[in-house]
Design a protein around this ligand. Structure first.
Ligand code: CA2
Length: 149
C-alpha cells in the first residue's frame, strides 16, 4: 500500500483565514496545506490535498482514495452534519479515517453537535484549530506504521 494520505476539505473552507478569524483563526487553507506537507515529509507520507464546495467531488475523491491511499483526513465542514452520501462513501473505504474540525463544534450551535461522519471515523479531533490536521496526520502515520510491523 502506498504511503499516500488524502486530506479532504468541505464547503467554504476555501475562505479559511479570510473571514471569521475568531472562530477559525488566521491561517489560510494554503497555510494548512503547507504545514501538512512539511509534516508528511518528516513522516515519509505523500499527500493529496483537496477542497471543494461540491459534495460529489468529496465523494469522488473518497472513491479515488479507496484504490490508492492508506488513510483519509477529512474536514467535511457543513457536510458533517447532514451528508449520508459522504458517510456512505467513507463506509466503503478500508483504511483509517480521521475527522477534523477546526472549531470545537460541541461548544457551538446544537445542529453542529451531530456528525454523520463520526460513526465511521477512527478518530475525531475538534477545537484544536488547524493543528488538528497535524495531529490527525501523526495518528494516521502511527496506524500505518503499526500495521506494517
Ligand atoms: O470547525 C470546523 O472545522 C467545521 O467543520 C467548519 C465548518 C462548519 O460548518 C462545521 O460545523 C465545523 C464551516 C467551514 C466554513 O469555513 C469558513 C472559514 C472561514 C470563513 C467562513 C467559513
Amino acid at each position: 500500500m502506498r504511503r499516500l494520505v488524502f486530506v479532504l476539505n468541505g464547503p467554504n473552507l476555501n475562505l479559511l483565514g479570510k473571514r471569521q478569524p475568531h472562530i477559525y483563526g488566521h491561517e489560510t487553507l494554503a497555510d494548512v496545506e503547507k504545514s501538512v506537507r512539511d509534516l508528511a515529509g518528516e513522516l515519509k507520507l505523500e499527500i493529496r490535498f483537496h477542497q471543494s464546495n461540491r459534495e460529489y467531488e468529496i465523494i469522488d475523491w473518497i472513491h479515488e482514495a479507496r484504490e490508492t491511499s492508506c488513510g483519509i483526513i477529512v474536514n467535511p465542514a457543513a457536510f458533517t452534519h447532514y451528508s449520508v452520501a459522504v458517510l456512505d462513501a467513507l463506509n466503503a473505504y478500508d483504511h483509517p479515517v480521521m475527522e477534523v474540525h477546526i472549531s470545537n463544534v460541541h461548544k457551538r450551535e446544537e445542529f453542529r453537535h451531530h456528525s454523520f461522519v463520526s460513526s465511521r471515523a477512527d478518530g475525531v479531533i475538534a477545537g484544536f484549530g488547524t493543528q488538528g490536521y497535524l495531529l490527525a496526520l501523526r495518528r494516521v502515520a502511527f496506524l500505518v506504521d503499526q500495521k506494517a510491523k
